[in-house]
Design a binder for this molecule. Structure first.
Ligand code: UDP
Length: 239
């Protein structure tokens, strides 16, 4: 089980937009079930997987602040949006036959479990996919930082970021045909050149804990499994 993989335990960060499919807003059920199949394939092969999902498909604190809602309140609303996404993903994973637990950084015990680190580790050891909801539980943070924090806490060997493109490019590959994809990048380059792969605080946390960030495409079928086998293009950010 899992012997083909380089890693035993990883954290996969999905932005809220990854669940949107072709819609402009909200959750596309076809998309959650497609992502669930990707996760199931790697899980069936023995990989321990934790998930952090953003909330940008429903609510973003910064945009709401611009619309007149006080920043901390808007951020709490954003965190609640991530709980909705986590529940949608849980439903899709359970339908695919994967045992899951949602753990929220903001306790809401009638909906899901509160986040308790040791319990989360135990869930993963028992083969459950753990979905971390409500970000870090604090305003002024993002789910990128939550993903980095949980990856470090769970002793994950890599932080995977599933996107629409197969790595980090020198320019937007959809707009610039000469854009070049990087196979590897250093944490330093990402920070110094402000490459915006993930928030600077997330990149710093991964650098300080020596956990690689792997950026890959979620659009290709079997992409997650292939990246875990080292058989697919991606960008690895490391020292
Ligand atoms: N958020 C927060 N603290 C956290 C994580 C998220 O306040 O630890 C709020 C913030 O308002 C953010 C929203 O939740 O805009 C949704 O998260 P994010 O923007 O990271 O989602 P993504 O861009 O990944 O979909």
């Amino acid at each position: 089980m899992g012997q083909d993989y380089k890693f035993k335990r990883v954290l996969l960060k999905l932005s809220g937009e990854a669940l949107m499919g072709n819609q402009d807003y909200g959750i596309d059920v076809d998309m959650t079930s497609r992502v669930a199949k990707e996760i199931k394939a790697a899980h069936d092969n023995g990989l321990q997987i934790a998930l952090v999902i953003g909330g940008g498909n429903i609510f973003r604190g910064l945009s709401a602040q611009a619309g007149g809602i006080e920043r901390s309140t808007a951020d709490y609303m954003g965190m609640l949006a991530t709980v909705m996404n986590a529940l949608a993903m849980q439903s899709a994973l359970e339908q695919a036959g994967v045992d899951t637990r949602v753990m929220s950084a903001i306790p809401m015990t009638t909906v899901c479990e509160p986040y308790i680190r040791r319990r989360a580790v135990r869930h993963m050891e028992k083969g459950r996919v753990v979905i971390f909801a409500a970000g870090t539980g604090n305003p002024y943070f993002t789910t990128d930082t939550a993903a980095a924090l949980r990856a470090a806490e769970m002793n994950c060997q890599a932080l995977l970021k599933g996107t629409q493109v197969d790595g980090v490019y020198s320019a937007d590959p959809k707009k610039d045909p000469n854009a070049k994809r990087y196979d590897t990048l250093s944490y330093h380059t990402v920070l110094a050149e402000d490459l915006r792969v993930m928030d600077a605080s997330a990149v710093t946390l991964m650098r300080d804990n020596n956990i690689p960030i792997i950026v890959f495409s979620l659009s290709q079928k079997g992409g997650f499994d292939a990246v875990m086998r080292g058989q697919s293009v991606c960008t690895t950010i490391k020292t």
